[in-house]
Design a protein around this ligand. Sequence first.
Ligand SMILES: [Zn+2]
Length: 171
Amino acid sequence: MAEPQYCCQNLGGLTESKSPFQRIISFDYHDGATAGAAQCAVCAGAYKYDMVDWDQNQDVRVFGFAPLPPDSFMKLTALCAALENPKWPIWSPKWQFSTEVLRNSIETEIEQILGAAGPHEFVLASRDLAQEIIACRDLTEIDGKDLQTRSSRREAHSQRDWFQYLGLQRS
Ligand SMILES: [Zn+2]
C-alpha cells in the first residue's frame, strides 16, 4: 500500500483524503460499544476512537479521536493477540475466552488503556477508517468537551449534528 500522504497530526481541514490509519482494532463486540483504537502509519501515534454520528444507512460514520499514551497500541495488540492473530488493517478480535477470569482480566486491562486517552482532538467522517477520510475537523476545547461528555455516557448517537460540523450533507 502506498505511503499515506498525511500524518494524523495534520488531518484538520482535510477532505477526500487517504487515511493514515493502517492498523485499527475494533472493539465493536465489547459491550456493544462502537469504539476502538487506531494507529497512524506515518508517526505511529495512537488514538481511541468512538463513533459519534452516522447517516441513515450507517454508511458514512463520524468518529471522535482522542490520543492514547505511547505504547498503548502495542499493549492493546498484545492483549487481543491472546484471542487470535492480528488482522490488519482492520481487526475485530473474536471476543471469545477460554475462561471468565481471562475475559475479566483482558477487558479490565483494555478499559484501563482506553481510559487513559486524552481529550478528543478531532472528528473524522469515513466509510472505511483504513481507506479514506471524507472530512476531518479539529475540535475546539468546547466542542471536544461536548463530545467527551456524550461518549463517556455512551450516547453513541449524540444530539449534536456532527455532519453539519464537518460541512457534510447527511444522506
Ligand atoms: Zn501521525
